[in-house]
Ligand binder design. Structure first.
Ligand SMILES: *[C@@H]1O[C@H](CO)[C@@H](O)[C@H](O)[C@H]1NC(C)=O
Ligand SMILES: *[C@@H]1O[C@H](CO)[C@@H](O)[C@H](O)[C@H]1NC(C)=O
Ligand SMILES: *[C@@H]1O[C@H](CO)[C@@H](O)[C@H](O)[C@H]1NC(C)=O
Ligand SMILES: [Cu+2]
Length: 657
């Protein structure tokens, strides 16, 4: 071997190690890695399995301590490539093959399956797009269905069928299956407005055929007229000043803006994942940790109609399908403003192939027109002194279109250290056909609102549960409630008779930190009691919740058993790498034997521990006519707000004295 070849090899090796160590451990899998995973599996002992399908493929991130160590060593020194330990690059893969669900861990460096475990518990992994499409197409060819159509004088070419998850209602479950519901387009694109009611179709996803077919009754089809919606042309927004003026940078998956820096990942289940969010403290002259990881963990959308066509509609979209898989390519100027920058995502199809999702996430500076802070001082003699700044924030957005509904999911960072997590609901309602054309005729229970003649939009809820692994200035945090209590004045020296005072309580164990929000005023905080401000307050972040909503279903109702955590909006657990999905990983047809409610039965200690906060945002949706044919966005949000985290409002740190 001559010297130049050795040199070349050295350079190649060096390059390789540099790119390896600069790969952020939380980065999503690249298309190259996804292909490698498939090749590794196809060459392994699993190659003999028939019809292997991929239901979940994601980076299996290293242990949190290792990631934190990597983060601190990669940021503390610029010549970090030698200091930084190479973290194993692994993937978690869930496949179904030979009738079994297997959980695999694939090590990409060793090119090996390092773990292969057959899952035998209740519930199934996320459904694949390909099998759902097949289920619809095969149903539309079923002779019994064609006969039902001809009995109704409907043309097959004008029918759209959709598979819906079937939930679980106490039955013995032996196979994966969906229920199919069909619509008659006949000219309209708003398929949901024209349901063909009265047919029960159960489709078995293992046998890939219709196993139950019942044509029970005929209901009139709502008219197509008035069901359409079309967007008007969009003007490039003059309302966004100096759109080239956005002061944020995206390097790989790392975003820096103002004092914030954080990592943005995209995954098939949660969609956007915000990690390692830290804010620069101008007074301490360093970055301080705020949020190790935050994402949507589960959704629960139960419909409030107990009849045969509807009772099973109790969707858990994140676990059954995936918000990432449902993510839509964002439309510039409609979904995100003109100054937005886009990040692509990669999804893995049922065959293990990477699929590009262009513009999965957008990042933009928002000029809301709001006031960040202001004050006018007239108390200084002879002067009127005005100060203030406009609110400019940084938004990270994705949109999941789950069948009829569209969820706009925002993480909005503020210069003052707050993070506002916003959800917007829009899209089309789920509706059923009825013979009634006016409310005067109705004599029976409707389970919803008549939004058009022959059309009832069914009452339902939306619960979105967020996983929030706050690490306020470090891992060891506690959860605290500051309750406001009315006090009676006892001293005689004041004309006042009452006031309110703050009573603080640190929660010691999981069971007590399960909270149903009430009208009693209280602040909920994650604090770090080991770290005090300049005047001695424990540093903290407050959870400012939105309008509280919790599930109104009976505790013994099957959908409620599967999502028992939705009876409380707030839960706190000690960090565990395996606890991320509030209703358990295997949500499809789950029995409620995994997830938050089950984990917290151990009643673990949560004081001065690495803790995770779970918050469920809820909407009780009583449809109205304006929600038809397309619903104007309904918004809600919650805020993570620094509370005694900084020594004073951090915007004043920047003011040069
Ligand atoms: C499994 O694969 C074989 C061969 O590709 C195919 O004929 C068969 O229909 C598949 N079975 C299922 C249940 O998809
Ligand atoms: C479908 O649309 C055509 C054209 O508008 C109309 O003539 C026909 O009656 C419709 N069929 C049904 C079943 O509504
Ligand atoms: C926009 O940029 C122009 C030129 O850089 C500057 O004169 C103007 O003041 C800016 N406007 C705003 C609203 O920032
Ligand atoms: Cu709704």
């Amino acid at each position: 071997m001559n010297i130049s070849i050795i040199l070349l090899l050295l350079i190649v090796a060096l390059n390789f190690s540099i790119t390896q160590s600069f790969q952020h451990p939380l980065d999503p899998l690249s298309p190259k890695e996804i292909n490698e995973i498939r090749v590794i599996i196809e060459k392994s002992h699993l190659k003999t399995l028939k019809n292997l399908t991929y239901h979940f493929v994601d980076v299996d991130e290293p242990e949190k301590d290792d990631v934190l160590h990597w983060l601190s060593s990669s940021s503390s020194s610029s010549s970090s490539s030698r200091k930084t330990k190479l973290l194993p690059r692994r993937a978690k893969v869930v496949v179904i093959g030979g009738g079994q669900t297997r959980e695999l861990v694939v090590d990409l460096s060793k090119r090996l399956i390092v773990l292969d475990h057959v899952y035998k518990g209740h519930g199934y992994p996320p459904l694949t797009f390909e099998e759902l499409l097949q289920a619809s197409l095969l149903t539309q060819k079923d002779p019994r269905f064609l006969e039902s159509l001809s009995r109704r004088n409907l043309k097959g070419s004008q029918v759209s069928c959709l598979p819906l998850t079937k939930g679980w209602f106490g039955e013995h479950v032996s196979t994966r299956g969906v229920k199919i519901t069909c619509f008659y387009r006949n000219g309209t694109t708003n398929i949901y407005a024209r349901p063909i009611n009265g047919i029960t179709i159960l489709f078995d996803l293992e046998l890939m055929k219709v196993t139950t077919y019942m044509d029970r009754y005929r209901a009139p089809l709502p008219k197509a007229k008035g069901t359409e919606f079309h967007s008007r042309p969009v003007q490039p927004g003059p309302s966004y000043p100096n759109i080239t003026n956005s002061k944020f940078s995206i390097q790989g998956n790392l975003v820096t803006w103002g004092d914030w820096k954080f990592h943005v990942a995209f995954n098939s289940r949660a969609g956007t994942i915000i990690s390692a969010a830290s804010i620069f403290d101008g007074k301490e002259n360093k970055y301080r940790r705020v949020l190790y990881r935050g994402h949507v963990s589960e959704t629960f959308v139960p419909y409030m109609d107990s009849t045969e066509d509807w009772y099973y509609r109790t969707f858990m979209d994140v676990g059954e399908f995936g918000f990432g898989k449902a993510a839509d390519s964002l439309q510039p100027l409609v979904d995100c403003p003109g100054n937005a920058r886009f990040m692509d995502g990669y999804l893995v199809d049922a065959f293990g192939m990477p699929n590009l999702l262009p513009r999965a996430i957008c990042v933009f500076q928002r000029y809301s027109g709001d006031v960040a802070w202001r004050h006018t001082e007239i108390g200084v003699p002879g002067r009127v002194i005005r100060n203030g700044e406009p609110e400019v924030t940084l938004v990270v957005r994705m949109i999941a279109t789950v069948g009829n509904y569209d969820y706009i999911l925002d993480w909005e960072f503020r210069q003052t250290g707050s993070i506002t997590v916003g959800v917007g609901l829009t899209g089309v309602l789920e509706m059923k056909a009825t013979s009634y054309t006016s409310m005067d005729q109705v004599t029976e229970e409707m389970y919803g609102t008549m939004v058009a003649p022959n059309t009832i939009a069914i009452n339902h809820d939306h619960f979105l549960t967020y996983y929030l692994d706050l690490d306020v200035d470090g891992n060891e945090n506690s959860f605290m409630r500051s309750s406001l209590q009315s006090e009676r004045v006892r001293r005689m020296s004041t004309p006042r008779k009452s006031y309110w005072n703050v009573k603080k309580k640190i929660f010691k164990r999981e069971a007590e930190a399960r909270i149903r929000l009430s009208s009693k005023p209280a602040q909920l905080m994650v604090v770090n009691s080991n770290k005090k401000t300049n005047v001695g307050n424990p540093v903290g972040y407050q959870l400012i919740t939105g309008q509280p909503a919790y599930s109104l279903l009976a505790d013994d109702d099957y959908p409620q058993i599967r999502t028992a955590y939705t009876k409380y909006q707030v839960w706190v657990t000690p960090y565990s790498k395996s606890e991320r999905w509030a209703a358990g990983f295997y949500a499809d047809q789950s029995h409620g034997d995994d997830g938050l409610t089950v984990w917290t039965r151990r009643n673990r200690k949560i004081e001065n521990k690495d803790i995770v906060l779970w918050y469920t945002m809820g909407f009780h949706h009583v449809p109205c006519q304006e929600d038809f044919p397309i619903m104007a966005t309904l918004r809600s949000s919650f805020e993570l707000r620094p509370t005694n985290f900084f020594d004073q409002n951090p915007i004043t740190y920047k003011v040069k004295s």
